[in-house]
Design a protein around this ligand. Structure first.
Ligand code: ADP
Length: 540
């Protein structure tokens, strides 16, 4: 309607038909207002749709990410995850709004095209012919764009991964005085990303130039044909003006179709990348049994366990041991002997290759995820403390805990007095990774976090970093506070921590070489004694 009445306006102006001109203008206004109202409503509802579906996709990706086996996560850089959770999910969520936009363009252009068909069949055929030629070139462009987009995304992942790592390791980079080499590497990756973008876009621009030129030539011939038809009275001025004003709509119809294809290809690529994380075979999922163990007693057993992270590089070679509930057992051995691996396997962060792991006499593979991980807490060497207040760091792992529970846990972890000395006390924000806390305070907050979860089993990987004696004492006291109430497994890096353990498992090169109390091992195991004496010698 708008093109028809626009053309009529021109004729009315030409013939000084002002009343008709005003009527035509009101009709146009009416249609334009209707169009804007429809656009407004559809934009708002599509916006809501976009945000909601993005949220659902991102949450689904994040929850699926938590189910991916650690073996696969070890080889999945954070940049890849960020690109997929942010950009690819965004592209998928944006697909429907864009498709709706293109479809409405196609439908509205259809109306214009039918009008042109009835106004002049010859010019209609001419425009149709031009549109087909442009469409062919656009299709070739889409194929090129698809190839380029794959490359572009890979390059983006590479640079994002490196930037993420740089940000995470920023403090180490500074103290290593390696600013320049890191910036050089970032420069190299960003340059590569730019080059991929530049090369790809250069090819695309070439096709844009070709279609643009064809388009201009077609317009010129349309004008010349119009002049010829007008001269010979084969077309009315209204019809020609309408066709000339709205000629691009016929191209737009084909363009919208090409763009629709482009969006669908984009959708395909993004959804493959997101589905890889959500449900694909590329990354294996963790699997659990369905036996429920609500409150574990705390007995453990490893029976002839064999395990390797990578094929043919055995890390645990036939490990067997028993741990009784409410006892404290320490693992001692050189770095790389497999102590942390035992913890990883107990929490089923990795699956064993052979043997059996039993919790309260039940094979770990038969238990549900909650029965395993809900019954134990691992305190790592460098626990991750979230950029929240101390209170929220505790609340996030135990939403039902009361303030008093938190105070009790912090008292037991020997941290309460320190917290109370802070200006904001439990409301103190601790910075990303708990950066405003010392290593010892971080470990004690992690102990409090473990205690508040009220699990029976605590796996404690003592910090290797040189903690001062006072901090070490504080941590030792925290551990002593927990003894007898919990089953505690400690990876000890200092003999002072293990001397009072009920049992020490001495590990060497993926096997348990000996087990007993500190005195027993000192007496009968030469290597254990050597390790002990080495520490005594190195003490200040
Ligand atoms: P420990 O705690 O006694 O220092 P670990 O259990 O951490 O020893 O490591 C045992 C061996 O397993 C080491 O040789 C180490 O390089 C290897 N390892 C540890 N974690 C991984 C992993 N995620 N992927 C591959 N190899 C690993």
């Amino acid at each position: 309607m708008v093109p028809l009445f626009t053309a009529k306006q021109i004729v009315y102006i030409n013939n000084s038909l002002f009343n008709e001109l005003i009527n035509a203008s009101f009709i146009i206004l009416f249609f334009e207002v209707m169009r804007n109202i429809t656009k407004y409503v559809s934009n708002i509802s599509l916006g809501v749709y976009f945000r909601e579906s993005l949220k659902v996709l991102q949450l689904k990706s994040l929850s699926s990410l938590l189910n991916i086996k650690n073996k696969n996560l070890d080889n999945l850089p954070s940049g890849v995850i960020i690109e997929r959770v942010n950009n690819d999910c965004g592209k998928i969520a944006d697909c429907i709004p864009i498709v709706v936009e293109h479809l409405s363009e196609i439908i509205s252009n259809f109306g214009v095209i039918i009008t042109i068909f009835f106004l002049n069949k010859l010019l209609f055929l001419y425009l149709l012919f031009g549109a087909v030629i442009i469409f062919i070139f656009k299709n070739i462009r889409i194929k090129k764009w698809f190839e380029f987009d794959k490359k572009r995304r890979k390059a983006n992942e590479k640079s994002t991964s490196f930037i993420c790592e740089m940000i995470r390791g920023i403090r180490d980079i500074k103290v290593l005085n390696a600013n320049k080499s890191f910036l050089d590497e970032a420069d190299k990756r960003l340059k590569y990303k730019n080059k991929v973008n530049y090369d790809g876009r250069k090819v695309l621009r070439k096709y844009d130039l070709i279609t643009g030129t064809i388009h201009d030539l077609l317009n010129l011939f349309l004008l010349l044909s119009g002049v010829y038809l007008l001269k010979n009275n084969l077309i009315s001025i209204t019809a020609f003006v309408t066709i000339y004003l709205y000629k691009d709509r016929i191209y737009n119809l084909f363009n919208a179709y090409s763009s629709l294809q482009e969006v669908l290809k984009d959708f395909e690529l993004s959804s493959t990348r997101v589905l890889d994380i959500i449900e694909g075979d590329k990354y294996e999922r963790e699997s659990f049994g369905n036996k429920v163990l609500k409150k574990a007693h705390g007995d453990f057993e490893f029976k002839h366990v064999k395990f390797s992270y990578k094929k043919n590089i055995p890390v645990l070679k036939d490990v067997s041991f028993k741990v009784k509930a409410n006892t404290t057992v320490a693992f001692v051995g050189k770095s790389g002997s497999g102590k942390t691996t035992i913890f990883n396997l107990l929490a089923k962060l990795y699956d064993i290759d052979k043997g059996e792991i039993l919790i309260d006499g039940i094979n770990i593979n038969e238990l549900t995820e909650k029965s395993i991980r809900g019954n134990m807490t691992i305190i790592n060497q460098s626990p991750y403390i979230f950029n929240l207040s101390i209170y929220d760091n505790l609340k996030i792992v135990a939403p039902k805990a009361t303030k008093q529970d938190m105070i009790n846990a912090c008292k037991m972890a020997n941290l309460h007095d320190f917290i109370m000395s802070l200006p904001d006390k439990y409301n103190t924000i601790v910075g990303e990774g708990g950066i405003t806390l010392s290593g010892g305070q971080r470990q004690r907050l992690a102990i409090a976090r473990a205690l508040i979860q009220k699990t029976e089993i605590i796996l404690f990987d003592e910090a290797t970093s040189a903690l001062d004696n006072e901090t070490q004492d504080e941590i030792q006291k925290a551990i002593d506070n927990m003894k007898r109430e919990y089953t505690i497994l400690i990876i000890a890096h200092r003999f002072s921590t293990v001397i009072n353990s009920d049992k020490i498992l001495f590990m060497e090169d993926g096997v348990i070489k000996d087990e007993g109390t500190h005195e027993e091992l000192l007496q009968r195991n030469k290597n254990y004694k050597e390790l002990y004496e080495l520490e005594l010698k190195n003490q200040p």
